[in-house]
Ligand binder design. Structure first.
Ligand code: UDP
Ligand code: UDP
Length: 466
């Protein structure tokens, strides 16, 4: 279909984005939207689910549509889920399920878009639902936005093939040999995948089976960060006939840059002196672990900025810092440490010259932000794709991953945390690598760099398909 405008010239492509839930997903979706909008020559609509899981998500959407008034919002009212079926499930996986089960509403909504839609771009969590709707029902090309590392993408794409050779219920029983990539240790991919009945596992397998049917896959990594993995995917070594993979990261943030108290405090600190501690918007550490982190930061002797989170969903996070960490601790570290439960502008924090180290959960956005500003990392991954992401940090050499540190079945002592913080702060090889990858990231997104070229190649494809 080639929509022709009144005067006979070709119309700009109209891209319809189907966004998912979780800030990690939304932020990258918005960053891609902003990057495409800023290149000009495309029309964009975004399908946004109502209601969102968290306040942060709702606010984020408001910010996106305020910043880009030309982008249209298509509200997608989700059908109610039978909660008894998913009692106790992770609220974000439940939302993904709810989105997936409401996917049949998308066909008519996208068909009714004006101007006529020319391509659909879906978040990976909805791929197996959206690809058939786009391609079979709407006869439109469908691209997938993958919001983690290429290593994780290769695992997703290969996992269904791997399962064919294993007994039922024997999911991920050992290390997995991914063709073209090598051995992936059993405890690197999301742990949930060991349970075939898990909601996430079912979604992951369905999406993995379908992903090769997409017309293209946009990944927020960059060529110099994961060269071998990208080459294997592009060469069809992981899955034969795999669609084109456009590595376009790290994407520039859409900048809600508010100058909060954290930045003012950082302005007072010496360069490269501060340890920034944050574990993303999806993970809350146990109380005992939080106290050990506090003890470790105190014992490290470094100034620190610590974003504390005590529940998974922000609406439910009502605990007071003093109840969590105690008045004594807060009193002792006053001035030297800034502890907050507020959402900080993390990008502005990582960009700040006072930051010397990021103690991170290894969320993909967080890792990219840290790479972009050359901040060395102390990696403390556990859930989801975080251990796969830690392998990228390790192979890049710009951080330290203490592999035996877990979250669920152990408590890492304050003494050990302090020791590793001091170790990485003093490690010149790590900071040299961080500086090198900062250069690489900067080059990749600059005009003529690999991510810049890949984004334009993707745009060219969208134009040819229109
Ligand atoms: N993921 C995927 N396919 C799916 C669902 C999730 O590849 O069907 C990926 C997702 O991109 C992420 C990982 O699985 O890389 C783990 O998801 P989780 O939500 O735990 O991570 P988060 O988004 O919180 O970082
Ligand atoms: N973030 C932020 N302020 C906070 C906490 C998080 O700006 O107080 C942002 C952070 O910069 C990152 C995103 O939220 O861009 C978290 O995504 P990531 O993939 O790192 O981790 P997730 O929370 O999805 O596990």
């Amino acid at each position: 279909a080639t929509p022709i405008s009144g005067n006979g010239s070709r119309c700009a492509p109209h891209l319809v984005f189907v966004a998912s839930a979780g800030m990690g997903h939304l932020l990258q979706c918005s960053r891609l939207i902003a990057a495409l909008a800023n290149t000009g020559g495309v029309e964009i609509s975004v399908v946004t689910a109502v209601p969102t899981v968290s306040e942060a998500e709702a606010e984020h959407y408001a910010g996106l549509f305020a910043a880009f008034p030309a982008i249209r919002r298509i509200e997608w009212k989700l059908l109610p889920l039978d909660n008894s079926e998913f009692a106790g499930a992770d609220p974000f996986f439940r939302q993904w399920e709810s989105l997936r089960r409401s996917a049949h509403l998308l066909g008519p909504m996208i068909a009714g878009a004006t101007p006529r839609a020319s391509a659909v771009i879906t978040d990976v969590t909805l791929a197996s639902q959206v690809i058939p709707i786009a391609k079979e029902e709407l006869k439109l090309p469908c691209h997938v936005l993958f919001i983690s590392c290429a290593a994780m993408l290769s695992f997703l794409a290969y996992f269904p093939t791997y399962l064919v050779g294993t007994a039922d219920g024997d999911h991920l029983a050992g290390d997995v040999h991914v063709p073209g990539i090598g051995l992936v240790q059993v405890d690197y991919p999301p742990k949930m995948l060991r349970n075939p009945d898990n909601l996430f596992t079912k979604q992951f397998i369905a999406n993995g089976r379908c992903i090769a049917d997409a017309d293209g896959i946009v990944v927020t990594t960059f060529d110099a960060l994961e060269p071998d993995t990208l080459a294997a995917l592009r060469g069809g070594k992981v899955v034969p006939g795999f669609p084109p993979v456009y590595a376009i990261g790290p994407l520039e943030t859409t900048g809600r840059s508010h100058n909060d108290g954290a930045i003012a405090w950082l302005d007072e600190q010496p360069p490269r002196s501060v340890v920034y501690v944050a574990f993303g918007n999806r993970y809350a550490a146990a109380l005992e672990q939080l106290r050990e982190i506090g003890a470790g930061l105190e014992a490290s002797g470094c100034p620190f900025l610590w974003v504390v989170k005590t529940t998974m969903v922000d609406r439910e996070d009502t605990a007071e810092l003093r109840d969590v960490l105690g008045d004594e601790f807060l009193g002792r570290v006053q001035g030297r440490g800034l502890v907050t439960k507020e959402w900080v502008d993390q990008e502005a924090v990582l960009k700040h010259p006072a930051i010397g180290l990021y103690l991170t959960h290894c969320g993909w956005n967080s890792m990219n932000e840290s790479v972009m500003y050359g901040v060395p990392m102390l990696a403390w991954p556990s859930v989801g794709d975080h251990r796969m992401i830690a392998t990228v940090i390790r192979s890049g050499g710009f951080g330290l991953w203490v592999e035996h540190w877990g979250w669920d079945d152990m408590v890492v002592s304050g003494a050990e945390i302090a020791e590793k913080v001091k170790l990485v702060m003093a490690d010149e090889a790590i900071s040299a690598k961080a500086a090198e990858f900062r250069e690489e990231a900067t080059k990749a997104v600059a005009v003529g760099g690999s991510s810049h070229r890949n984004l334009h190649e993707f745009l060219a494809k969208l134009n040819t398909d229109t």
